[in-house]
Design a protein around this ligand. Structure first.
Ligand code: ZN
Length: 229
C-alpha cells in the first residue's frame, strides 16, 4: 500500500479546516492560529498558506514539529487571542512533515543541493539515535530540541524496535497532539471559556508539491457548548 494515499493538496486541507470549524465560531478574526511544524525551510510554503487564510500565527516551530513551548508559551498565545464575547479561541495546527520523492519515503530534492536529502531530518536522526540504543533521557543543553524529541519517542517505544519513518512520523504527530491537548486543556475556566480546535496531519512533500495526509480535526470545549447557535 502506498503511504499517504489519502493526501490532499494544501488548499483542500485548509478549506476543510475552515468548513469544519466555522460552526464553532472559528474565523480569522475570532481565533488565533498556533502553528506547530518543523523548522525546515521546506515548510515555508505551508506557513505562508496558513498565514494567508488565518493571519499571523503564534509560532511553535521546533525540530521535527514536536511542540516545546510549554505552559508559558501557550499562556502567552492565549493572551494574544481575540476576545469574542466572553470566549477566546485558539486554532492549533500540528503537522510533522515527510518527504516522498517518487515512492521513496523520507527523501526530498532541495534547490541547489545535490542528490536527495532527508525530511524530516530531525525525525530520521532520532530514529538512528534510538536504533543505536540512545536512551534519550539526558537533556543536552546544546541540542535541546533533538534530545527532547528522542526522549519523547523513547518514552513511547521503550526498548521496542524502532518503526519505519511513516510510523515514527505518526508517533511524533500523536506526541504533538497529546502535548497540545494537555496544555490547551488547562486554559479554560467557566468565567473565561477557551475553545481550542486541534487540527493535525502529516505534511507530505511529494516531488515538488505539498500535500496533507491523515487529517484529524477536533474541537475541545470544556465549559459550555463550543458550537455557536
Ligand atoms: Zn523536519
Amino acid at each position: 500500500v502506498q503511504p499517504y494515499a489519502d493526501a490532499v493538496d494544501v488548499e483542500t486541507f485548509l478549506d476543510r479546516v475552515e468548513h469544519e470549524l466555522a460552526p464553532y465560531g472559528f474565523t480569522p478574526t475570532t481565533a488565533l492560529p498556533l502553528l506547530s511544524v518543523c523548522r525546515d525551510e521546506l515548510m515555508a510554503d505551508f506557513r505562508r498558506d496558513v498565514r494567508r487564510r488565518w493571519g499571523h500565527f503564534f509560532d511553535l516551530a521546533s525540530l521535527g514539529g514536536l511542540p516545546l513551548l510549554g505552559r508559558t508559551g501557550v499562556a502567552a498565545a492565549l493572551g494574544h487571542a481575540p476576545l469574542d464575547g466572553v470566549r477566546h479561541r485558539l486554532l492549533v495546527l500540528a503537522l510533522p512533515h515527510v518527504g516522498l520523492e517518487g515512492s521513496v519515503v523520507g527523501s526530498v530534492v532541495r534547490p541547489g543541493v545535490p542528490g536527495t536529502t532527508s525530511a524530516c531530518g530531525a525525525i530520521v536522526v532520532a530514529q538512528q539515535a534510538l536504533a543505536a540504543g540512545v536512551s534519550g533521557v539526558v537533556l543536552d543543553r546544546h541540542d535541546v530540541e533533538e534530545s527532547l524529541l528522542v526522549a519523547r519517542l523513547h518514552e513511547t517505544l521503550g526498548s521496542g524496535a524502532v518503526p519505519d519513518l511513516v510510523a515514527t512520523t505518526e508517533l511524533v504527530r500523536r506526541a504533538a497532539v497529546d502535548e497540545l491537548r494537555l496544555l490547551a486543556g488547562e486554559l479554560s475556566t467557566p468565567d473565561a471559556p477557551v475553545d481550542v480546535a486541534l487540527v493535525s496531519g502529516v505534511l507530505v512533500h511529494a516531488t515538488g508539491h505539498d500535500h496533507v495526509a491523515d487529517v484529524e480535526v477536533e474541537v475541545l470545549a470544556r465549559h459550555g457548548d463550543a458550537r455557536t447557535p
